[in-house]
Design a protein around this ligand. Structure first.
Ligand code: MLZ
Length: 265
């Protein structure tokens, strides 16, 4: 159904420009994804990033892996690029003198962890080291400008990659606004986030890029009125920040900064 979404047409219709590839911490050609479902690897626990845990590949999508930590539940799956520095071959942690940790929310008694680990690794299909690709370097400064288009992970639905627009830029952070969704999914992130991609990325990886939402979007109006970026800025300042960390000067989850009754959903 999303074959109807064409960036070329959309960029013309909205009179907007794609963020150039050098803005992103992504390789120009997406890394090939050789992983198979069921393979095991080491991953930093997203909920406790100092812990290195055992993870199983639950799904493959484009250049990303859907991962589940062994001993955790099925409600905390996460997605990582095959060139993410958050993942590594089994044995890496031990080689560096570290110890594999139970995931946050380990479902068994903590004392059963050593035996659980032993059983988990025994006979496991381990992802070969050659499948892990080197993380690309950070672009030196933040090259993003307000109004640039990109493809971005929807953090509330992290399996989705959607058309987005840079709504604001502050230091090394960018405000990601999702086209056609009235601010409901927007977030701040670092300019070198691994969750944002240049226009055309999904086309290259075979990922299904979601079409923009149907809601009348201020992003579109803002894009039409390219000469008044203040509109975009004002709107992003007013957007409720529900899930993403926000630079101190900007909106807050609660309190005076967020006038009541101001919902964009
Ligand atoms: N089913 C969800 C998907 C929204 C995805 C938006 N992505 C920016 C909904 O309709 O709320």
């Amino acid at each position: 159904k999303n074959e109807h979404f064409k960036w070329d047409n959309y960029l013309k219709e909205t009179g907007s420009l794609a963020a150039p590839p050098h803005c992103f911490r992504q390789s120009r050609i997406p890394p090939s994804n050789e992983f198979k479902v069921g393979m095991k690897l080491e991953a930093h626990d997203p909920r406790n990033v100092t812990s290195v845990c055992i993870a199983t590949v639950i799904g493959i999508t484009g250049a990303r892996l859907r991962l589940r930590l062994d001993g955790s539940d099925n409600k905390n799956d996460f997605w990582r690029l095959v060139d993410s520095s958050d993942i590594q071959p089994i044995g890496t942690c031990e080689k560096k003198g570290g110890m594999l940790q139970p995931p946050l929310g380990f479902q068994m008694n903590a004392s059963s962890w050593p035996m659980f680990l032993l059983r988990t690794l025994n006979g496991a299909e381990m992802a070969p080291a050659a499948f892990f690709k080197k993380e690309p370097p950070k672009p030196a400064p933040n090259y993003f400008k307000v109004g640039m288009k990109l493809e971005a992970v929807d953090k509330k639905n992290p399996y989705l990659i959607c058309p987005a627009t840079i709504g604001d830029v502050r230091g090394d952070e960018v405000f990601i606004t999702f086209d056609g969704w009235r601010g409901a999914f927007d977030y701040w992130c670092k300019y070198d986030s691994r969750d944002i991609f240049p226009v055309g990325w999904c086309g290259l990886t075979g990922d299904a890029l979601q079409p923009p939402g149907n809601n009348v979007s201020i992003t579109k109006r803002g894009a039409k009125a390219q000469n008044s970026p203040s509109k975009v800025t004002r709107r992003s300042m007013q957007s409720p920040q529900k899930s993403a960390p926000v630079p101190a000067q900007c909106g807050r989850k609660t309190g005076r900064d967020n006038p009541p009754g101001q919902s964009t959903v």
